[in-house]
Design a protein around this ligand. Structure first.
Ligand SMILES: [Zn+2]
Length: 548
């Protein structure tokens, strides 16, 4: 059946398989199109905006994703996870004369929240949404990483600096969408490559520089085959790398991508019956983006290890039968929930752990049969739950994720701005909040000149305040960062971490599939490349014929 999304005004399709899924989950078909559902969810996630404030439990100065002007108390990690308080102390009765979301908003405004969402992590203070991360600095959405700096969605990786969406990589920097790479830099959409620079869509390559579409190759320099001696001679001529070498390398790769490179309809590794982009080791997944090791699912966005799930964003691992959820892990049968780990049978819950059978709860641990944080017997719980669902259905609330106005974050504070960019004017006119940039740095000393090559840099650079060449913001070089660049022989970055991240995000297409025809055989394909983009995009068959 076809529906019109009331937000985007666009038509979207609900298939018979979708209806079966919704029926199994006990929910009506969604009102919004998948893209608007995604936008509504991820507006609840602030990834990178960290503020200094006081812990409302201990009074200590802490950093937090919640600004001090938020209505709810914020506790530092150790205190939040301790026994000094309980979410059950904030219990509310359900009032059948009022809508559900208004009452939930009151609960969410009073239950304490944890300052940053870092679980089982060690020495990763300046991080958010880090899970099992060790010795990491300014990493966001990073899982099982060690000794990584400046990463967004860097998973199972070690000694990596400044990357976006990399998986099982070591000693890599400035890479986007790379898998199983070692000592690879400034590269995109490549897998199983070693000791290389400026690659795009290369697989199983070693010692290559400035190349695209290569398979199992060695010693290629600017897409030309060389002998081993020639390759290292060419490399020696441009080493130590200067800032200028890096700029030329980037420009060369961009030129190759526009003029020579052949793009597949989507970037994937070991996939079967999938659609979307950036899908690895997954099968029967459709409309999925940035999905790893998932099966039988639809509309997953940055997901790992999901099965039989729909509409999930930014998940750690192992969710089964979950629908319209954000940041969940080790969960089963969740509906419209956010920030949940080791739970089952939850609906409309946020920040709950090791619990089951909760409805409309916030900040509970080891709990069961609660509604609005109030304890009920098992029998009372199921009776009241059913009654509330009827009440919500009457008010048009049941079956929809929390409305965006319940997010504690402004549009430009949450990650939604990175995936659905809007200007301030557009955001305000669409009813979102907007936060003014309040960053204040008081450095007024002389501008520090960063040496052209890493060889000229001394340890003193770590004491200095640098000025971003693009934004004018101030930033520093960390000791571990300097060590990395010294070891890799790469010059220090001249732009601040936020700008580096923004430039990497710019290399990725929006999460929208467009109809286009194969540039070789003309058949219809679906791809994230808009029809008027200059890149050559082939259907899977033509691409494989040409490349492998
Ligand atoms: Zn074709």
């Amino acid at each position: 059946m076809k529906k019109i999304c009331p937000v985007s005004g666009k038509e979207f399709e609900i298939t018979n398989d979708d209806l079966k899924f919704y029926e199994k989950m006990g929910v009506p078909a969604p009102k919004l199109c998948p893209r608007e559902r995604q936008r509504r969810r991820i507006a609840f996630r602030n990834f990178t905006h960290l503020y200094q404030r006081k812990c409302d439990g201990t009074g200590k100065n802490i950093i937090s994703m919640y600004h001090a002007d938020q209505p709810f108390p914020v506790f530092e990690n150790e205190y939040w996870w301790g026994d000094q308080w309980s979410g059950l102390d904030y219990a509310q009765n359900f009032d059948f004369s009022r809508p559900f979301f208004d009452q939930y908003a009151e609960l969410a405004d009073k239950v304490p929240r944890v300052n940053t969402f870092n679980l089982q992590s060690e020495n990763a203070t300046y991080a958010n949404f880090a899970w099992m991360a060790k010795n990491c600095y300014l990493v966001f959405g990073c899982v099982r990483d060690e000794d990584c700096l400046y990463g967004h969605i860097v998973w199972d990786s070690k000694d990596c600096v400044d990357n976006l969406y990399v998986f099982r990589c070591e000693w890599c920097s400035h890479c986007t969408d790379c898998v199983d790479c070692y000592d690879v830099h400034f590269s995109t959409e490549s897998a199983n490559c070693n000791e290389s620079y400026f690659l795009h869509d290369c697989r199983g390559c070693t010692n290559c520089f400035g190349c695209t579409n290569l398979r199992q190759k060695q010693y290629y320099f600017m897409n030309q085959e060389c002998t081993k001696e020639e390759y290292f001679e060419k490399l020696k001529n441009i080493q130590p790398f200067s800032e200028q070498t890096l700029q030329s390398g980037k420009q060369w790769l961009e030129k190759l991508k526009k003029e020579q490179c052949i793009f597949p309809p989507f970037f994937g590794v070991k996939t079967e019956n999938v659609s979307g982009d950036h899908i690895y080791e997954s099968k029967n997944c459709h409309g999925c983006f940035d999905t790893k090791q998932c099966e039988d699912s639809k509309y997953l966005y940055t997901a790992h290890g999901e099965q039989n799930c729909y509409d999930i964003s930014f998940t750690g691992a192992n969710a089964r039968f979950c629908y319209e959820c954000l940041t969940i892990g080790n969960t089963e049968n969740l509906l419209f929930s956010h920030g949940i780990n080791q739970c089952s049978n939850l609906a409309y819950c946020e920040l709950c752990y090791s619990s089951h059978d909760l409805f409309g709860c916030n900040g509970l641990r080891n709990a069961q049969y609660c509604i609005f944080n109030k304890q009920y017997s098992k029998e009372e719980y199921f009776k009241l739950r059913e009654k509330i669902i009827q009440h919500m259905t009457k008010h048009g609330e049941w079956g929809e994720f929390f409305p965006t106005k319940l997010s504690p974050f402004s549009y430009n504070e949450s990650i939604v701005e990175e995936y659905f960019p809007l200007t301030k004017k557009e955001a305000l006119s669409q009813g979102y909040k907007w936060k003014e940039d309040t960053e204040t740095t008081h450095y007024e000393g002389p501008k520090v000149k960063i040496p052209e090559t890493i060889e000229e840099v001394t340890n003193d650079i770590c004491k200095q305040i640098l000025t971003c060449e693009v934004t004018g913001k101030h930033y520093r070089i960390q000791k571990d960062e300097l060590r990395f660049y010294k070891k890799m022989g790469l010059p220090l970055p001249r732009v601040c971490p936020d700008e580096r991240h923004r430039q990497r995000m710019e290399l990725r297409n929006a999460r929208v599939l467009h109809n286009r025809s194969c540039d070789k055989c003309g058949i219809d394909i679906q791809t994230t490349f808009l029809p008027d983009r200059p890149e050559k995009v082939f259907c899977e068959k033509c691409y494989l014929n040409e490349i492998n």
